[in-house]
Write a protein that binds this ligand. Structure first.
Ligand SMILES: Nc1nc2c(ncn2[C@@H]2O[C@H](COP(=O)(O)OP(=O)(O)OP(=O)(O)O)[C@@H](O)[C@H]2O)c(=O)[nH]1
Ligand SMILES: [K+]
Ligand SMILES: [Mg+2]
Length: 425
């Protein structure tokens, strides 16, 4: 039998009201010990809360929710006390003195909900993200996950996989018996490619981490193009050193910027010189190349002819005459605030497209990895007409998806997840 746990589930005192939650087999007897008798299920009753010696501690609303149809899946009691520090401390002290009761660890209520099948793993992760959400997009996607959107999508995919698998297996059995090439005539290809299309669309959406850490905008181009000057103008401070000397920026420089409710991570890079004898500059150029490769949006301040694919081409130093901005997407200058504002508008347009999430479902990187594994297996199934291989790959695709629902989550992973929760959640 598990311990009965308790914790303050509302904000830190002092506050108007403090909600103490008690979950576990001894929750009901704890309510009786403190409040005289336990109120009827789901009915708020005003009671005097007393310690073991009978001394009154507070007048509190007491609620009793019998398990298993509760948030944790266990018997649950809530004490709505007055939210002063001394009141909360005294009630916590009285609870800790009861046999079988102990303070909850961070996230322990939610962990019990998961272990008792009240929520799935994706919901638990969504809850953790929801508690940490700072922007509107993060909040929406975390809420969708917490409400079970990810778990439902994955469960739906698993159902479809097993439906396809069942028909393929039936076909294989039939072929054995009838010994004909094309018995039954079930072709799994349309159902498989429909699933694959959905998975690729889901993988194309930004990850939870991306929504949290910001869209990576990298400024790159040849030396002295004005990259650092533009970086400073965008972050609105002298973060990067600017000089007329080519090769001024040696290392990667990053700054987080929140603009129009969109989180960005801006990166200034070393100028991409063709050849250099300078060891430091060469390392800087290698790092610039790596930053370019990992950019969500690349701002290219160089000749359009040699711009990396997909880059936004900027004609820099637009305040100077004849900067040759004909083939550029935008002419900018750190010295012309209007052009910097125009660049922000362009970034916001692209960022919104990038962040547009269908049904608000964003996956965490680990969930994306699992889905990508499943997609790789399904991809193999899509490329063959050998039903034995199709059947095997359907089985392979099932495993990582089942893992997403926590059906094989390890203790270490659960400890890390619930450690992110605050106390009382
Ligand atoms: N007129 C004008 N000069 C600029 C502008 N932007 C930068 N400069 C000048 O161009 C020179 C190089 O600017 P940086 O911002 O250091 O250029 P960079 O691309 O970061 O150079 P590296 O880090 O060396 O690759 C400096 O002397 C700046 O003052 C601009 O918009 N207009
Ligand atoms: K420079
Ligand atoms: Mg620079």
């Amino acid at each position: 039998m598990s311990d009965t746990i308790f914790a303050l589930s509302s904000g830190r005192p002092p506050a108007a009201i403090a909600v103490l939650r008690i979950s576990g087999p001894a929750a009901r007897t704890a309510a009786e010990a403190l409040a005289g008798r336990c109120p009827p299920p789901r009915r708020a009753s005003l009671r005097t809360v007393r310690d073991a010696a009978g001394a009154p501690l507070d007048r509190a609303l007491v609620l009793y929710f019998p398990g298993p149809a509760t948030a944790t899946g266990e018997d649950l009691v809530e004490l709505h006390c007055h939210g002063g520090r001394a009141v909360v401390a005294a009630v916590e002290h009285a609870l800790a003195a009861l046999p079988g009761l102990r303070p909850a660890r961070p996230g322990e209520f939610t962990r019990r909900a998961l272990e008792n099948g009240r929520i799935d793993l994706a919901q638990a992760q969504g809850l953790a993200d929801l508690l940490e959400a700072e922007t509107e997009t993060q909040r929406r996607t975390a809420l969708a996950a917490a409400e079970g959107a990810v778990g439902r999508a994955v469960a739906g995919w698993l159902d479809r996989l097993s439906a396809i698998a069942a028909r393929v297996e039936a076909q294989l059995d039939f072929a054995d018996e009838a010994d004909v090439e094309d018995a039954g005539g079930y072709d799994p290809a349309p159902a498989i490619s429909a699933l694959l299309a959905e998975w690729h669309a889901t993988l194309a959406a930004p990850s939870v981490e991306r929504l949290r850490d910001g869209i990576r905008v990298v400024i790159a181009g040849p030396p002295n193009a004005g990259k650092s000057s533009l970086f400073n103008a965008l972050v609105d401070r002298d973060a990067a050193i600017v000089t007329p000397i080519a090769g001024t920026t040696r290392d990667i420089l990053e700054a987080a910027v929140m603009r129009d409710g969109i989180p960005y991570r801006l990166t200034d890079t070393a100028g991409l010189a063709e050849a250099t004898d300078d060891e430091v500059e060469r390392i800087g150029i290698d790092r610039a190349a790596a930053a370019i490769a990992s950019a969500d949006m690349l701002l290219w301040m160089g000749a359009p002819a040699v711009a990396p694919r997909g880059a936004v081409i900027l004609a820099g130093k637009a305040d100077l005459p004849d900067t040759g901005s004909n083939d550029a997407d935008l002419a900018v200058s750190a010295r012309l605030p209007d052009t910097v504002a125009a660049l922000w508008a362009l970034l916001a347009d692209r960022a919104r497209m990038m962040l547009a999430i269908d049904g608000d479902m964003a996956l965490r990187q680990s969930q994306r990895d699992a889905l990508a594994d499943a997609a790789a297996a399904l991809d193999l199934a899509a490329r063959t007409s050998d039903l034995l291989i199709v059947a095997e790959q359907l089985r392979v695709a099932t495993r990582p998806l089942a893992g997403l629902l926590g059906r094989d989550a390890t203790e270490a992973m659960l400890d890390a997840l619930f450690g992110r929760f605050c106390l009382g959640k």
